[in-house]
Design a protein around this ligand. Structure first.
Ligand code: UT7
Length: 362
């Protein structure tokens, strides 16, 4: 049987850091509240386009696999904050990489975009329909943030990660995945004024608002991810004790703790980087996976459990058997263009606009 080896991995985190204290300069919040409720200390703010981050992450992943972009026959890009809808952003990335032989598809399942893409790409390789697939997940969520909504604005950040898949006869890569959607709860996370269903005659058209039922999402996230984890373990016959590392979606440290408890896995086996980046939506898993490898947390042949949830409410889990190699075959020097502004300076026009609007509504 054909499997889909994860042969390359890479990330792009923009350099501008927005700390909890930075947020407290313009909204009624505090480092104490944010850190204790979410575990987040800081997040990154993108100073260029989302596709720039995607290309940098992709170049690192391709170098790690020592793969020429011309070898790719499919690019799957998970994001809801694309540069543009037409042309789709996967095609922008394909062009910039010079991936002339690749089909290019955007996947919008919000935070689960990378896991959904990994599942689709793996199965297209398994069936023989595709051979070399680049899966990207990331977000430029700061662009769509309402900076007057403190219950949402403190949670998110910008970043992107990528993985390269290629066929293997070894039992490796994503062994099983379970994905789904609690569509009845779709409005528990809703970003308004994006999409063709919203009236263009509305005076508020330029502004984004979030409907966000944090506690409801929290409960559903833990429950659905834990069940999906149990399902993939059962399907693969791999026991909890055999799982070497859990690399879950990084939305909130308390969610990660609750998930570990519910699944029955010790906290030290759970990879955590939410304190550095906040919730980067589709970016969390590929960035965390890349950092787990870079930090030596992943060994040859390890079983890695991953799980995600997000708007939709989409959810999923997957069990990965890592390949033999934990070091990149080559290095890339790809990086974003230099940034000469602080995160607060980058965001200043947006923050002013949202605060003025909130003020005018009081
Ligand atoms: O990837 C999918 C994305 N979804 C998520 O990550 C959501 C998951 N949910 C969560 O992470 C948590 O529910 C939150 C972090 C969003 C909220 O934590 P919580 O412990 O459920 O807090 P809460 O909503 O019960 O709010 C408690 C209080 C409220 O004040 P009152 O009504 O008790 O007076 C809020 O107004 O905290 C207040 N609050 C804040 N205070 C300071 C809400 N946001 C803030 C803030 N700073 N940023």
């Amino acid at each position: 049987m054909r499997h889909a080896l994860i042969s390359g991995w890479g990330k792009c985190v923009p350099p501008a850091i927005l700390s909890n204290d930075d947020l407290a300069t313009f909204m009624d919040t505090s480092d104490e509240w944010i850190a204790s409720r979410t575990g987040i200390k800081e997040r990154r703010i993108c100073h260029c386009n989302f596709s720039d981050m995607a290309v940098v992450a992709a170049r690192h992943a391709l170098a790690a696999a020592d793969m020429d972009p011309m070898e790719l026959d499919l690019i799957l890009l998970g994001s809801l904050t694309n540069d543009s809808l037409c042309p789709n952003t996967a095609s922008l990335v394909a062009d910039e990489l010079g991936a002339r032989n690749a089909a290019a598809i955007d996947i919008n399942s919000a935070c689960t975009g990378f896991l959904y893409g990994l599942h689709i790409g793996t199965n297209l390789i398994r069936t023989g329909a595709h051979n070399k697939v680049l899966v990207i997940g990331g977000e430029f969520i700061s662009h769509y943030m309402n900076w007057a909504q403190r219950d949402v604005a403190v949670l998110f950040g910008d970043a992107c990660g990528a993985a390269v898949l290629e066929p293997s006869e070894e039992r490796t890569g994503l062994l099983a995945a379970k994905i789904g959607c609690e569509a009845d709860a779709k409005y528990a996370i809703q970003i308004t004024n994006l999409g063709s269903a919203y009236s263009r005659l509305d005076d508020d058209f330029r502004y984004i608002d979030w409907n966000f039922e944090g506690q409801e999402v929290f409960k559903r996230a833990v429950k659905s991810m834990a069940q999906a984890c149990a399902d993939v373990l059962e399907e693969t016959g791999v026991s909890l004790d055999e799982v070497n590392l859990v690399v879950p979606h990084q939305a909130n440290k308390r969610i990660l703790d609750s998930l570990a408890k519910r699944v029955g896995i010790p906290a030290e086996k759970v990879f955590v980087n939410v304190h550095k980046y906040g919730n980067t939506s589709a970016g969390t898993i590929p960035v965390a996976l890349t950092e787990a490898v870079e930090e030596g947390r992943v060994k040859s042949g390890d079983y890695i459990l991953t799980a995600s949830f997000g708007a939709g409410l989409t959810w999923g889990a997957g069990l990965i058997k890592w390949g033999d190699r934990v070091t990149p075959l080559k290095e890339s020097d790809a990086e974003l263009p230099p940034c000469n502004k602080t995160a607060l300076e980058i965001l200043e026009p947006q923050i002013k606009r949202y605060l003025a609007r909130a003020e005018s509504k009081v």
